[in-house]
Design a protein around this ligand. Structure first.
Ligand code: OGA
Ligand code: ZN
Length: 375
């Protein structure tokens, strides 16, 4: 069906009224820049062949006409002709379609403890590997809720790396491709003791921060050691609602995170709460262990502490925290730009052994989009 009711043009712009009653007004320059013809795009991969500086700023529309399901546009200047498929125009026009955004709070399902009364998002690992539908549901859970628990993962050292290969790539760090989380003598990190760990995101001192974290339980015979997850986007939204000025202070003022050991000195200057061009939350960071010396301008320091403390106090609210005990063979996969994790202290008797590893969100999102387009 022809989606166009009528159109008109002048030198500057093309105005379309679609059959559903909506309207688009497209600038000549945008149309030339988005030309889909073989001279402008590589047809095999869709990549643009021309530079913006190849197009004069004052380019205009000389003529426009309909040819079946295509709109043909002749431009002023070199007389370049573009043919736009009407469905392409309707689906891509900037008046009716928002910019793609699957990272910010706007596109997420925010949650608190009560949300998971009927259970956590789970997927059996065999299904994750062999059934596209199961894998799709699990990856969607990571996109929308921020995490999924895989069960039935072999309790083999290194298996976590095979899990990552199912959807993306291992993000190797100074801790290696993976790290063991268990009590060690002379620990380089508090994670390697039996102490409780407060809610945090890993590695805020890395730039870029690893977007995904995995923790795989190999052994768990201690008492205690429960895992806690919480939605950092929900917490940031609560802060904004309770005190907009506090939210603003934590998103506007950047601080330093740092991790140092015998071999590394990692530092990043970033905000606690990162927002996009619409002031929507896109990343949160919080890690009590690795906040470096706070060095803010004196006038801001006085205001910053109440905001920082308020945020930390929200993160301690039990109604925001889902608590569960990871069993051997279970692995949690979570968005390390959104989901805070913690663990309770555990006994000195018995053994608790997790393996952790990192990956990046773009690889997971890419796998997810492929599955969605095949579904
Ligand atoms: C970590 C961590 C949690 C746990 O190693 O990053 O937070 O359950 N561990 O031991
Ligand atoms: Zn951690």
């Amino acid at each position: 069906m022809n989606p166009i009711q009528r159109f008109r043009f002048d030198r500057d712009k093309l105005s379309i009224t679609w059959t559903d009653g909506s309207a688009s007004e497209l600038q000549a320059l945008w149309l030339r820049d988005h030309c889909q013809m073989p001279a402008s795009r590589n047809l095999a991969n869709g990549q643009r062949l021309l530079n913006i500086t190849d197009i004069p700023l004052d380019i205009g529309i000389a003529d426009a006409s309909l040819d079946g399901h295509r709109l043909v546009i002749d431009f002023t200047g070199d007389g370049h002709r573009s043919e736009f498929d009407l469905d392409w125009l309707r689906n891509n026009c900037y008046c009716l379609n928002q910019a793609q955004d699957d990272r910010s709070e706007a596109g997420k399902t925010l949650w608190d403890k009560q949300f998971f009364e009927d259970g956590l998002p789970r997927c059996h690992y065999a299904g994750f590997c062999n059934q596209p539908g199961a894998r799709l549901a699990a990856l969607r859970a990571v996109r929308d809720l921020g995490f999924v628990v895989l069960d039935g993962v072999d309790c083999e050292s290194g298996e976590i790396l095979q899990v990552i290969k199912q959807f993306g790539f291992v993000r190797e760090t100074n801790y290696g491709p993976l790290f063991d989380v268990r009590t060690t003598v002379d620990p380089t990190n508090l994670a390697f003791t039996n102490l409780g760990l407060g809610c945090h995101l890993d590695n805020p001192y890395r730039d870029p921060v690893p977007g995904l974290q995995l923790l795989h339980c190999l052994e768990s015979s201690t008492t205690g050691g429960e895992s806690i997850l919480q939605d950092g986007f929900m917490a940031a939204g609560i802060l904004r609602q309770e005190n907009p000025a506090h939210f603003e202070l934590l998103s506007r003022n950047w601080i330093n995170f740092r991790f140092r050991d015998g071999a590394s000195d990692l530092q990043a200057r970033v905000p606690f709460i990162e927002v996009n061009d619409h002031q929507q939350v896109i990343k949160v960071r919080f890690n009590n262990r690795s906040i470096d010396t706070l060095k803010l301008p004196p006038a801001i320091m006085r205001e910053f502490y109440p905001a920082y403390r308020h945020y930390a106090e929200i993160l301690e609210r039990e109604e925001l925290q889902v608590v569960f005990k990871l069993q051997p063979g279970e692995l949690m996969l979570f968005d390390n730009t959104r989901i805070l994790h913690a663990r309770k202290a555990y006994s000195a008797t018995g053994t608790r052994h997790l393996q952790g590893a990192y990956s990046d969100l773009d690889g997971l999102y890419s796998s997810l989009r492929r599955l969605e387009s095949d579904a």
